[in-house]
Design a protein around this ligand. Sequence first.
Ligand SMILES: NC(=O)c1ccc[n+]([C@@H]2O[C@H](COP(=O)([O-])OP(=O)(O)OC[C@H]3O[C@@H](n4cnc5c(N)ncnc54)[C@H](OP(=O)(O)O)[C@@H]3O)[C@@H](O)[C@H]2O)c1
Length: 214
Amino acid sequence: MQGIDRWASGKLGIPSLLLMENAGLAVAAEVLKFKPRKVLLFCGSGNNGGDGFVAARHLAGRAVECAVVYFQRPDKADPELNFGVLERMRIPLLVWGRLTKARRRALLRRADAVVDAIFGIGISRDVAEPYKTAIEEINRSKNPVVSVDIPSGMNADTGEPMGACVRATRTVTLALPKLAFKRKGSRAHTGKVVVANISIPPRRDSRPSVSGDF
Ligand SMILES: NC(=O)c1ccc[n+]([C@@H]2O[C@H](COP(=O)([O-])OP(=O)(O)OC[C@H]3O[C@@H](n4cnc5c(N)ncnc54)[C@H](OP(=O)(O)O)[C@@H]3O)[C@@H](O)[C@H]2O)c1
């Protein structure tokens, strides 16, 4: 999947920001199906978090009250750009390190739905603090949890939890189902899997054949 992402933006020239926009829009559409009034989004510092920032913008545009919990400022251009948009929209951006346990509990209690955009397929090591606590608290939420691409903490190749793993109600996976979802038992973490088209075309060898003499 990472190779396909690189091919789409590097070789075909589809802007990665456009893929992020489509991903966030698809996530927002899925979240709206739960008809929430308030949504709490947890966003990591990579592109998965960027998808979450875009989803927050679209949800706010549909009159859903949003608050974003983040851990550190994004470390890549596309999520950074979308973080800046949320700042200028004055959507509450709450840094995890400054939230007490009581405040986090209140935020989760008030939300009707949660978006998990902490880690996607870029997870590179076992989940440690503070992410472990965040995932455990998300898992205690009584409300629907929508994961972006893959539940945070799931190994994208094997489907094994990496120390801690979100248990989602629904996973909006981008472009193609991930290898991880083939693992027996992964459904307990992904919930229902929805595949979102984010404008990555099928590769030439898997496109419907044409005569070639158009
Ligand atoms: N724009 C596009 O082309 C496109 C296309 C399709 C999908 N996406 C989205 O982008 C996602 C992949 O984005 P990404 O490659 O930036 O990866 P990511 O899944 O967003 O995760 C990478 C970030 O998480 C950190 N990280 C990884 N494992 C960690 C751990 N155990 N503890 C703490 N931090 C950890 C990394 O920090 P370190 O650098 O310190 O490891 C990095 O900041 C996909 O899942 C999808 O949501 C993007």
